[in-house]
Write a protein that binds this ligand. Structure first.
Ligand SMILES: [Zn+2]
Length: 111
């Protein structure tokens, strides 16, 4: 799931929509809607001056998703699972979790 940097449209892989975990999809929608709002405010969603987990637009989007996850009553472990993606390094994952104030044990090996 992502936002098109040219027109601000939300893009979703239909396979993910059909087979993905519903909670993950819901939290992704929250995350991406933050980016849609940021796009409408004229922010650069792909500012290459920052790494992914340092980029202010990403940090804000993750903060909203995590806040919603906590409101839903998800535990830290489940939220950590959500934050961990296969293309994020262990170090980036730890940094992101710490930035959004979620206590994750440590980077789990992917796979
Ligand atoms: Zn994002």
């Amino acid at each position: 799931m992502g936002v098109n940097g040219a027109n601000g449209h939300l893009m979703v892989n239909p396979k993910y929509l059909n087979t993905g975990d519903r909670t993950d999809i819901y939290l992704d929608v929250i995350h991406e809607l933050v980016h849609v709002r940021q796009f409408m405010e004229g922010k650069d969603l792909f500012d290459t001056n920052y790494s992914y987990t340092d980029r202010p637009t990403e940090v804000e989007a993750y903060r909203y998703a995590v806040e919603e996850a906590k409101r839903l009553g998800l535990g830290n472990e489940r939220i950590c699972d959500y934050l961990k993606t296969e293309w994020m390094s262990g170090k980036e994952f730890e940094q992101l979790a710490s930035t959004v104030n979620v206590h994750c044990k440590q980077a789990q090996k992917s796979g």
